[in-house]
Design a binder for this molecule. Structure first.
Ligand code: ADP
Length: 398
C-alpha cells in the first residue's frame, strides 16, 4: 500500500510517498517558489540520489502535476501507475470546532474547511488548493484531511476560553484552538512506546520547537492545554512571532506608529520573536553563532526563548498535577543542546535532572537526556508529522 502525504504552503508543497506496512517513505520532496521565478522541485527516491528540477510552476495545480509525474518517472520514480497511490493524506492547519479528528474529504468537508479560512487565512486556502489539485489529477483516489488543531479539540473550556465577553466566543468562535497537533500527538505516542507504558498512565509536557513553537500539556494521552491559541501567534517566542504579549501593547504600537491591521499583523507575525529581538535572523543556528561571537541581543533572544519554555514547563506541571516526562522535538528541540539546557536549568527541585553529556550527544534517534535517577525523564524525539498523516489516512481505507 502507498499513501501520498501532501503539505501545501503558500509557495511550497512538501510530499512523501509512505508505505504504511513499513512506515517508511519511499520517496519524498518539496517544491519551492511556486508562482515565482526560479521554482524548483527537490525530489529523493529511497536508494537514489536527490534531484533538483527547475521548472515554471505557476500554481499548486501544476505543482501536484509535477509531483505525480516525478513519482511516475522512469529515472527518479517509484511507481509505474497512478493507481498504485491508494490514498492521499493532506495536512490542513485549521479545523475550527468542526473537526476533532481526521476526515474523508467530500464536497461538504471542502465547504467546511473553506469555512475555517477566516481562522487561518494564511494556511487553509493553500491546503485547499492542494486538495483541489489532487482531486483534479487523481480523481479516483480517496483523500483524507488531517488537522493541526484536532489533537487539541478535547481541551477543557477552562483552558480554551479567553477572558473576553463569552458572547464573542459564541459569535465568532474566538477561543484557543492550538496547533502542531500532529507533532504533539506523534511524540506522545512515541514516548509511551519508549517508556513501555500505556498512554493512559502518562502525563507529558511536549515541546515542539521549530520556526513555529508550541508546548502542550498531555494528560493520559489527551491535550489539556497548549501554548498556541486562536492563531499560532500565542505562547512561546518563535522565529518571527512574538508569542505572549500584553494585548495593550499591540493597541499602543498600532496607535503610535499609525499601523493598519495588515501592518500590525505583519509586525507581530513576521518581524518579532527571535528576529525582532536579535535584529539578526529568525534562524536559531545564526543566533547561537552570534551569541558565541559576543552579540548581546542574540544572547538576550536566546535567554527569552528558553525562559518562556521554562515558565510553561512550570505552568504545565501545575496543570497536569506533575509530569512523568518532557519531550523536545522540532528543528530546535531536536538539535539545540543549548536551548534544552537553558530551558531545563535549575529545575532539579521539580525532579528534572539533566545529564549534560547525554544532552550534548548529536544523534538523529529518539533518546533520553536526563540522568538515570531523574524522577522526570526528558526525551528528544524526532517528530514525524507525515507518518501521523499516513497512519490517519490508512484508517479510512478498510
Ligand atoms: P519548521 O517549523 O519550519 O518545520 P524546523 O522544525 O525545521 O522548522 O526548525 C527550524 C529551526 O530549527 C530553525 O530555527 C533552525 O535554526 C533550527 N535548527 C536546526 N538545526 C539546528 C541546530 N543544529 N542547532 C540549533 N538550531 C537548529
Amino acid at each position: 500500500m502507498k499513501i501520498l502525504v501532501i503539505n501545501c504552503g503558500s509557495s511550497t508543497i512538501k510530499y512523501q510517498l509512505i508505505e504504511p506496512e513499513t512506515e517508511k517513505a519511499i520517496a519524498k520532496g518539496k517544491i519551492d517558489r511556486i508562482g515565482m521565478d526560479g521554482a524548483v522541485l527537490t525530489h529523493k527516491a529511497f536508494g537514489k540520489d536527490e534531484v533538483k528540477i527547475s521548472a515554471e510552476i505557476l500554481d499548486h495545480n501544476v505543482g501536484i502535476e509535477y509531483i505525480v509525474s516525478i513519482l511516475l518517472s522512469k529515472n527518479h520514480g517509484v511507481i509505474k501507475d497512478k493507481s498504485e497511490i491508494n490514498a492521499i493524506g493532506h495536512r490542513v492547519v485549521h479545523g475550527g470546532e468542526i473537526f476533532s479528528g481526521s476526515v474523508l474529504i467530500s464536497e461538504d468537508v471542502i465547504k467546511q474547511i473553506r469555512a475555517c479560512i477566516e481562522f487561518a487565512p494564511l494556511h487553509n486556502p493553500h491546503n485547499l488548493r492542494g486538495i483541489n489539485a489532487c482531486i483534479k489529477f487523481l480523481p479516483d483516489v480517496p483523500q483524507v484531511a488531517v488537522f493541526d488543531t484536532a489533537f487539541h479539540q478535547q481541551m477543557p473550556e477552562v483552558a480554551y476560553i479567553y477572558g473576553i465577553p463569552y458572547s464573542l466566543y459564541k459569535k465568532y468562535g474566538i477561543r484557543k484552538y492550538g496547533f502542531h497537533g500532529t507533532s504533539h500527538y506523534f511524540v506522545t505516542q512515541r514516548t509511551a512506546e519508549l517508556l513501555k507504558k500505556d498512554i493512559n498512565e502518562l502525563n507529558l509536557i511536549t515541546c515542539h520547537l521549530g520556526n513555529g513553537c508550541s508546548m502542550t500539556a498531555v494528560k493520559k494521552g489527551k491535550s489539556i492545554d497548549t501554548t498556541m491559541g486562536f492563531t499560532p501567534l500565542e505562547g512561546l517566542l518563535m522565529g518571527t512571532r512574538c508569542g505572549d504579549i500584553d494585548p495593550a501593547v499591540v493597541l499602543y504600537i498600532m496607535s503610535r506608529e499609525e499601523l493598519t491591521m495588515q501592518e500590525g499583523n505583519t509586525l507581530l507575525n513576521k518581524h518579532s520573536g527571535l528576529l525582532g529581538i536579535s535584529g539578526i535572523s529568525s534562524d536559531m543556528r545564526d543566533i547561537e553563532q552570534e551569541k558565541e561571537n559576543g552579540n548581546k541581543n542574540a544572547a538576550l533572544a536566546i535567554d527569552i526563548f528558553a525562559y518562556r519554555i521554562k515558565k510553561y514547563i512550570g505552568s504545565y506541571f501545575a496543570s497536569l498535577g506533575g509530569a512523568d516526562a518532557i519531550v523536545f522535538t522540532g528543528g530546535i528541540g531536536e538539535n539545540s543542546p543549548l536551548i534544552r539546557k537553558l530551558s531545563l536549568s535549575d529545575l532539579e527541585k521539580m525532579g528534572i535532572v539533566l545529564d549534560d553529556e547525554k544532552n550534548k550527544l548529536n544523534s538523529k534517534d529518539a533518546r533520553i537526556i536526563t540522568k538515570n535517577d531523574s524522577p522526570v525523564t526528558v526525551f528528544v524525539i524526532p517528530t514525524n508529522e507525515e507518518l501521523v498523516i499516513a497512519r490517519e489516512t490508512v484508517k479510512f481505507l478498510t
